[in-house]
Ligand binder design. Sequence first.
Ligand code: NAP
Length: 330
Amino acid sequence: MKAIVLKEVGEPRNLILTEVPVPKIKDNEVLVRVKAVAINPVDAFVRRNQPALEMIYAMKGDEENIILGWDVAGIVIEAGSAVRRFKAGDEVFGNFNFIGQANAYAEFVAAPQDELTIKPANVSFEQAAGATMAALTAWASLVKFAKVKKGDKIIIYGASGGVGHYAVQIAKYFGAYVIGVASGENKDFVLGLGADEFFDYKIQAVEDFINDADIVHDAVWVEAEVNSTEDTHLQRSLKTLKEGGILSSIVVYPDQLFTDKAKADKNVTVQRVNVTPNDSYLKDIEAIAQLLSDGKIKTHISHLFPLADMAKAHEIIQTKNTVGKIILVP
Ligand SMILES: NC(=O)c1ccc[n+]([C@@H]2O[C@H](COP(=O)([O-])OP(=O)(O)OC[C@H]3O[C@@H](n4cnc5c(N)ncnc54)[C@H](OP(=O)(O)O)[C@@H]3O)[C@@H](O)[C@H]2O)c1
């Protein structure tokens, strides 16, 4: 089969279309013919960073081929002897083996049955592949951690991106009042997703205008913050929250000092939220499937590439300015 192999840690051009063996499945796995793959910023991070590759890809050092990617939609071809949830012909999607090796940039993948769910028949493979890591992160941040509810005022940073564009739609689904933050050129896109207000982070500091938000979904790491005496992005987010608010950070790990002070000064609860599969993974991905099926959330696909164009896709995802999702099809 064809797969995209990372020849060496470094630039996107190191991602090479290569002929490799079809993976063998374990008892609890299914062999999936991949119909669509989604990529995320972490893919580019791992591609160019050896320690991150070793940690997030769980590199053992004996890999014949390093194949990245964790988000797929496809068709079950074969089921292992312990598989009860799926049979050949089922259309499935999911984010699997994260943290670890999912080897998703390929024509076929071996995926554990417990990290896939049935793709709704009225949802395309491309739509479903997008709504995996990014949608699950938005869900983990807003629904599981922040427990968003009707009438909440919520600020969503990175509202035009992969995670953010699902976050806006999920928050609106729960009846929240949504303030989206992104670049001015993406204003119409974010408002079109249902956001009630928009701020352009390049020309406006949200904390100059808002101090009574119930929830902030913070998805921003600003390089210039390092060794700066200016407020960090999390400190700025804290200013926009009301007493008793919730600060969900999907990028920066808040330190204990910050977390304790936010609690003491403003009774704000702060947490770094992760997509890493947990007890509720299946419940969460099934909830996403239902929202897709009901048309409550949609994947905005800004770029649809053949799998062979993975290097091009990585050039875009590493800009940190992707609109919606980039999808590749084998
Ligand atoms: N915790 C987890 O488990 C988890 C899971 C998935 C992703 N993440 C992380 O979450 C972040 C977002 O992921 P993604 O997939 O949404 O990335 P993405 O698709 O690249 O989107 C990035 C978004 O950030 C916006 N942005 C960039 N700088 C900003 C700033 N200073 N203020 C406000 N918005 C800014 C961009 O807006 P414009 O393009 O409009 O400027 C864009 O909407 C990444 O750092 C990713 O690694 C974490």
